[in-house]
Design a protein around this ligand. Sequence first.
Ligand code: SF4
Length: 370
Amino acid sequence: MAIWKSERSDYILEKALAGERIAPPEALALYESADFLRVMAAAREIRNRKNNPSVVTYTMFRVVNYTTFCNVDCSFCSFAAPMDSPRGTTLSAEQIVQKMREAVAIGADQMFLQGGVNPNLPLDYYLDVIRKVKDALGLHIHVHAFSPVELLGMEQQTGMSLRRILRELKAAGMDSVPGAGAEILTERVRALLSPKKAPVSEWVRVMETCHEEGLPGSANIVFGSEETREEIIEHLSVVRDLQDRTSGFLAFIPWTFQPQTKRFRTRHVPSHEFLKILGICRIFLDNIPHIETSVMVLGQGVGSLALHAGADDISSVVIEENVLKSYGLKTEEKARQFIRESGFTPVKRDLLYRPLKPGKWDNHLSGNDE
Ligand code: SF4
């Protein structure tokens, strides 16, 4: 039996290496019975064909949590404040500009606007924030903003169509969207984790409309709760099918749940399982160019191995809300050192994954010693 399993896994990996798409049951077979080192090796080979084998990219953005009020109440979330809570906050456009000004001063050129679903905020609030950031700091500041659940909240609040809202946000200066809030895209897991969040079909509708309106972005998966292996593969299938229609996902990021609240059970995801899933993401999502890994959740050891298991980007030096610090890699210099020590050349990119012009860190590449 063991030999049969090994042969089947090898056949599936050879098929992927030959450039053929693998089917969901084949991805599940890899998850269930393949040697994780073989999955990592095949994923790395496929990554090297799509991306520069010697380069790992990174970026720097600041997360700005514009409001902590939220009426959705996901069981895993410790961030949100109920709508009547005295601890809830909403930042003014001026406060957000000031936060971005501080981040720009230390090298960030991108802002990730993320908040709860706050029905008290009109569309003008979001438009004003984006315009003021661009006016104050320049059009080159990339605004990556609003997960599907926040966009659905705007749709409900305004009564306008999603398409019209997106056009107004884009005209104000929004550049891309995170495919956040996906967690596990099956109705069973959503009913367990976030029953008030929109169903899978709505997540797909929002992302598809964003892509059609010229707002690309990323997608992710967050596992390590009560999902089954089949549901992880089902999630990847939802993303791959949507990407076949739009090509709007530039990157995919696998994450694990972290214990945040007492209402929510997490399970420990061992490193080998995380690396195997990351490798399967690279192999299965043959239509998404970049796979990111983050050192924030599983640490630098697994983060480094992930770069040898199909990932080509370390996500970002995330400058967190409230204080200018980040978890994991705290500075650009540390991020570059981590990439070098993992065996790659660090290259800073923008949020569309284009390499930026060599800066002060890249003198050794450009031959400029100034
Ligand atoms: S929608 Fe977002 S902010 Fe609101 S409870 Fe869920 S995870 Fe938290």
